[in-house]
Write a protein that binds this ligand. Structure first.
Ligand code: DGY
Length: 323
């Protein structure tokens, strides 16, 4: 029997690529270079499934392929704001993602960033490696304590809840939550969290604010100049969700003029391009989108894509269908 033809847009963990090759006629992107919208559009005509990642802009242009052979976009990642929802719907494409399996590791990176920025771990590492450390002294590289402080979490899905669990049980933090929908009281009670009705109510009360909401047009620049101005001058902003959620220009102003304590980012608007002005900010920690970057998680994400393809090609609704 002819095997389904599947395009993988970036290199995946070897074990998962091997499993894909056992089951499908796989086109790999050997060079691991992001594909252009027109390359993706061409692939829609010649493949039964496209397996993109966050680095592919599956735009209206990419999806403008009437009568395409491809009927499923099985995304490798939980966020899918890089896929044009309206065009996918118009083309009758099924879109799936990979939830759950990356919640632990993404929350781990959010905790890492929170600790790094508050305790100046980035500064410290640079000083030691730069050979500039002159020794212990009471006033050297003094940061702020994390334990026992108040953490505001914007977006209380699976990753937000994992972040709350780590912060509350590991660091005795008070948890405030903002979510568009009412969070189940039992879920809030688990971390003794309080849901507040607006972001404006949350920001002034927090020592740390961590973003865990989806990206896309609805949340673009959710954290803007007005909202940054509501944060305590000592508070830190953490983003492991999507770069576009923060108005980067407003953040640069806040960091440059020290109107907030600092920020720690794993994601950037227009990444991997980083604004030169961000590079100048000392009160900022930056990581290169490492949220899900553990071998266990990256393999589990691949398994989830395999499950979704298996469901789809056997005529069932894939377990992680989002469009
Ligand atoms: C996601 O899954 O959306 C991450 O950003 C990439 O792991």
């Amino acid at each position: 029997m002819e095997r389904h033809k599947v395009l993988v847009t970036r290199r995946w963990p070897a074990a998962i690529e091997a499993k894909l090759q056992e089951r499908y006629d796989v086109t790999l992107n050997e060079g691991d270079i992001p594909m252009s919208p027109s390359q993706i559009r061409d692939a829609l005509m010649t493949h039964d499934a496209i397996l993109p990642t966050v680095t592919d802009t599956v735009t209206e242009e990419a999806l403008s392929a009437p009568n395409a052979r491809c009927k499923i976009i099985a995304n490798y990642g939980v966020g899918y704001s890089h896929i044009c929802e309206a065009s996918a719907k118009a083309q009758g494409l099924v879109v799936t993602n990979t939830p759950d399996v990356l919640s632990d590791c993404t929350a781990d990176i959010a905790m890492t960033l929170m600790l790094m920025v508050a305790r100046r771990a980035g500064d410290g590492e640079r000083e030691v490696r730069g050979g500039a450390w002159t020794g212990w002294r009471p006033t050297h590289m003094v940061g702020r304590k994390v334990s026992g402080k108040t953490l505001g979490i914007i977006g209380y899905g699976r990753i937000g809840q994992e972040m709350a669990r780590r912060a509350h049980f590991g660091f005795g933090m008070e948890i405030l939550v903002h979510s568009r929908s009412q969070v189940d009281p039992d879920v809030l009670a688990h971390c003794n969290a309080e849901q507040v009705s607006s972001i404006e109510d949350l920001l002034p009360r927090c020592d740390f604010v961590s973003l865990h909401c989806p990206g896309g047009a609805a949340n673009r620049h959710l954290i803007n100049a007005d909202r940054l101005a509501l944060m305590k001058p000592s508070a830190y902003l953490i983003n492991t969700a999507r770069g576009g959620i923060i108005d980067e220009h407003a953040l640069i102003q806040a960091l440059t003029f020290d109107t907030i304590g600092g920020a720690a980012l794993d994601v950037f608007d227009g990444e991997p391009r980083i604004s030169p002005a961000l590079m100048e900010c000392d009160n900022l920690v930056m990581l290169p989108h490492l949220g899900s970057a553990s071998i266990e998680t990256r393999e589990a994400m691949g398994e989830r894509v395999l499950d979704n393809l298996q469901d789809f090609f056997s005529g069932q609704t894939p377990r992680d269908r989002v469009i």
